[in-house]
Design a protein around this ligand. Structure first.
Ligand code: FAD
Ligand code: NAG
Ligand code: NAG
Length: 808
């Protein structure tokens, strides 16, 4: 029984704050009203409190002729009693959330100027005043009085039940019968009803449990609840009931079994009944049997243990957060940058991942802390994330592989589920590691959610909770408990929401089944979390040793993929550069370029309009070099290759002087890269340089030239091999380039074969005899270096393709 559910009933929420002491809560609340006037200005309740916020615009629609009865609080936000009562009212709202279709809570701030008329119309003179509005109240109704000074949620709940029981006709249609049942009714029950389960709660006449559970289950199908009084002798003897209260399940066949619960109390009955097989929230599609759920045909359902945390979910969360969610911010600055720093710092400190992932988080953190500027570009961050420097044993797996966070539909669970899990794990890790700042992880979570979490409504709700009570967190243990209790509060609010996966109902967590010791009951029978037990449970549940490694991508596979990606990316970059260079090179000689441009225009027409942005041929080349090409996605997926291939096909005929038939595809880029680089330098020096006049036909005749002493230019040449965006190199001065060179050397990616280098230098040096040597000799060396690097790179790549030699 009860296998489907992983939590307890949604009404346990919020008792934490109460058990912490009502006065403390009120005091904190009061402080908040003073500290955050914006909260007070908006009244004492917010949209996340599950209280209808009345206003002149909606008051008629909500109170008059409503299908549910409504309890409305008229308060003034400045009044001390109202402020003290508001946490109680919110608690009540969470407690009877499941009753909403029958009875709902509302509130209106009479201190707000715009609400004055409404409050006057209802005859309100003192605050707070609570009124009970029947279902289908008439337009002239001012509600029944609901006078009480209690701050006891239980008493308020019982008063509401009394009001409902005495409800005049018409009865709120969603409200189930609340009166005790009889033997006769039960005997005929299954003749008139096709409900699968009938739950009988045996209790004394003064007990409210039966009615409470009946209302708790009113939104659930396939189950009916009736109270049976202990004086109903026939049934009591038939079932052999000795304990009051107790709950029995009556089946259509006439069998009955006692419902097994830890404690004979409302919350435990409701939880157990909500989790019975076949019982589900009304209006929700039936849950699909786990074995048959498939997110999509390529992604088969992975069986998992619902009481465990999976590293695959945590890694997927990191991927989504850092590579997808953050990517929406092309530039991160100001408060967002601080948030990002906090978040990554906490990850680097506490993420209990495999060494490769932890290494990556640490290098990301180190990089972020080193950034002294006002802002960082996502592109730069992305290079660190993807380990563009190719440091050994550093990687964050790409892609999402949800396991414990799989949903029955692709739009359920996944990332937000992973986000919660991640932060639960981090709070527990911080506690285990004995961090110094108790709020460190929670502040980081708050900042991240505020700055980046894609679900803006979620972020607002979370911010409200944080603003309200994060101050209470003063130990590492209380941080763990705070997040747990706030998560339960969110679960309570979202129970029955559209975003709830019917196969993973939003219940209070952990369930009595998962952690029996976590649950207990107060003297009055109300549920109470046993925090002394919850804490060790959370610590063990989210500890690094209990995180399962099932379904993780293999480490060597991740590293291999990373290498492949870099190889592909550098190739794409080089080719793009080459293409740009080619475009710009077509300009200087009018006689030639006219012809070429005409050719190009024809080509572009064939290629279609999407390529028009690339018609850079007419523009000044220097401009081209400095401009950050907007249409470039250096992290694009392999389909970019298709476009590249097409361009090559078109442009190849325009390349003159090809002399290396062994590598026909890549030579285009090699040559044009030289052109481009040459061009950039030439334009900086003398715009009139006649680049086109060089004769490549003669290059084989040239003798080897000098090689060394070209640090910056060599570096610029190496830059194209995928390690840094090439654009930047053109703008750097020699000193900066030197620094960059050092960085790259650290990556261990070297270019061997000095003999090859000299050969290439000689090959390329010919054409420059016709131009101003004093200007061009440096450019010439530079070009040579680039060409060398290109050649070696593509040689390497070809080898890689053939699978003979792996990259270093
Ligand atoms: C900060 C934040 C705010 C959000 N706010 C909203 C919102 O306002 N509206 C909205 O529609 N959605 C919101 N979401 C999403 C929503 O909370 C769920 O994450 C999402 O609906 C997926 O639900 P789930 O069934 O996977 O369980 P989740 O609630 O995501 O929980 C994930 C897992 O954590 C465990 N767990 C559950 N409860 C607890 C607990 N109390 N303590 C410790 N572990 C627990 C369970 O194993 C569960 O499977 C928010 C998410 C986050 C991270
Ligand atoms: C009240 O609602 C019922 C049905 O919900 C409708 O038939 C009736 O006309 C409404 N009365 C008024 C006064 O709006
Ligand atoms: C799931 O994990 C829990 C806790 O570790 C364990 O007790 C239980 O046996 C596991 N269930 C399955 C089906 O493996």
């Amino acid at each position: 029984m009860a296998r489907r559910c992983g939590g307890a009933t949604s009404r346990f929420a919020g008792e934490i704050s109460q058990s912490a002491g009502k006065s403390a809560t009120s005091a904190v609340w009061l402080c908040f009203c003073l500290l955050f006037p914006s909260v007070a200005e908006a009244g004492l309740y917010t949209a996340s409190d599950q209280v209808l916020l009345l206003s002149p615009d909606n008051v008629e629609a909500l109170l008059i002729n409503s299908t549910a009865a409504i309890l409305a609080e008229f308060y003034a936000s400045w009044c001390g009693h109202c402020i003290a009562f508001s946490p109680v009212y919110k608690s009540l709202a969470r407690d009877i959330k499941e009753w909403k279709p029958a009875v709902d809570l509302a509130a209106i701030d009479c201190a707000a100027e715009e609400n004055r008329k409404v409050c006057t119309a209802f005859g309100i003179r003192a605050y707070p005043t609570i009124k009970f509005f029947h279902a289908y109240s008439k337009a002239d109704s001012t509600g029944q009085s609901f006078r009480t000074s209690t701050h006891d949620v239980r008493v308020l709940r019982h008063m509401i039940i009394d009001k409902l029981e005495n409800h005049e006709e018409p009865w709120p249609p969603a409200c189930p019968p609340l009166e005790p049942t009889s033997q006769a009714e039960i005997d005929s029950f299954f003749e008139t009803s096709n409900v699968q389960h009938l739950a009988l709660i045996f209790e004394d006449a003064t007990s409210y449990i039966g009615r409470e559970v009946t209302l708790d289950l009113l939104q659930f199908e396939n189950v009916a609840v009736r109270r049976v009084l202990s004086t109903e002798d026939g049934l009591v003897t038939k079932l052999g009931v000795t304990e009051f209260p107790s709950c029995y399940l009556y089946s259509p066949e006439g069998n009955f079994t006692k419902l097994k619960v830890n404690i004979e109390a409302r919350a435990f009955y409701s939880y157990a009944l909500q989790c019975l097989p076949g019982v589900r929230r009304s209006g929700k599609p039936p849950p699909v049997a786990a074995g048959f759920i498939a997110n999509n045909p390529q992604e088969p359902w992975k069986p998992f243990n619902r009481s465990r945390v999976y590293m695959a979910d945590l890694e997927s969360t990191l991927h989504h957060s850092l590579r997808v969610e953050l990517a929406a911010h092309t530039v991160v600055k100001g408060g967002d940058l601080t948030s990002l720093r906090e978040y990554v710092s906490v990850l680097a400190k506490y993420f209990p991942g495999r060494p490769v992932v932890v290494n990556l988080l640490k290098s990301l953190n180190a990089w972020l802390q080193n950034q002294t500027g006002e802002e960082i570009s996502y592109e730069a961050l992305r290079e660190i994330l993807d380990n563009a420097a190719q440091s050994p044993n550093i990687a964050l797996p790409e892609g999402e592989r949800w396991v414990g966070c799989q949903g029955s539909q692709p739009h359920f669970r996944r990332y937000p589920c992973g986000m919660w899990s991640l932060f639960h794990v981090l709070t527990v890790q911080a506690k285990e590691a004995g961090g110094t700042d108790p709020k460190e992880v929670l502040s980081a979570m708050r900042s991240y959610v505020r700055s980046f979490f894609g679900c803006r409504a979620c972020a607002e709700h979370f911010e409200i909770m944080a603003e309200e009570s994060l101050v209470e967190v003063n130990t590492l243990s209380s941080a763990v408990l705070w997040l747990w209790s706030r998560h339960n509060r969110v679960n309570n609010r979202l129970a029955g929401a559209l975003s709830e996966d019917p196969d993973f109902p939003k219940l209070q967590w952990p369930s009595p089944e998962m952690c029996p010791a976590c649950h207990s009951a107060k003297d009055n029978g109300d549920h109470r979390w046993n925090q002394q037990q919850v804490l060790p449970f959370l610590v063990s549940y989210f500890s690094s040793s209990s995180v399962l490694a099932d379904h993780l991508e293999d480490e060597s596979q991740i590293l291999a993929k990373q290498r492949e990606k870099h190889a592909l990316l550098s190739q794409q970059r080089v080719e793009r550069k080459a293409r740009e260079a080619l475009d710009s090179m077509t300009q200087p000689l009018p006689s030639q370029s006219t012809v070429q441009d005409e050719e190009e225009e024809e080509e572009e027409e064939e290629e279609g309009p999407q390529d028009q942005g690339e018609q850079g041929g007419e523009r000044a080349a220097a401009d081209e070099m400095q401009r950050k090409t907007p249409d470039t996605d250096p992290w694009g997926k392999p389909q970019v290759v298709v476009g590249r291939g097409r361009r090559q096909v078109h442009r190849k005929p325009r390349i003159v002087g090809l002399r290396i038939p062994e590598v026909p595809e890549d030579i285009v880029d090699l040559d044009s890269f030289v052109n481009q680089h040459y061009k950039a330098k030439a334009l900086q020096g003398a715009a009139a340089t006649r680049v086109k006049q060089r004769s490549l036909q003669r290059k084989e005749e040239r003798a080897p030239g000098p090689v060394f002493g070209l640090g910056p230019d060599l570096d610029a040449g190496l830059g194209m091999v995928g390690l840094q965006p090439l654009e930047a190199d053109f703008e750097l001065d020699a000193g900066q380039r030197g620094t960059r060179l050092q960085k790259r050397e650290l990556t261990g990616r070297r270019f061997a074969g000095e003999a090859e280098l000299t050969r290439w230098v000689s090959v390329l040096s010919i054409g420059f005899s016709k131009v101003d040597i004093s200007l061009c000799v440096i450019l010439y060396f530079l070009s040579s270096m680039c060409l060398l690097a290109m050649y070696l790179f593509f040689k390497n790549r070809l080898r890689l393709r053939r699978g003979k030699v792996a990259l270093p």
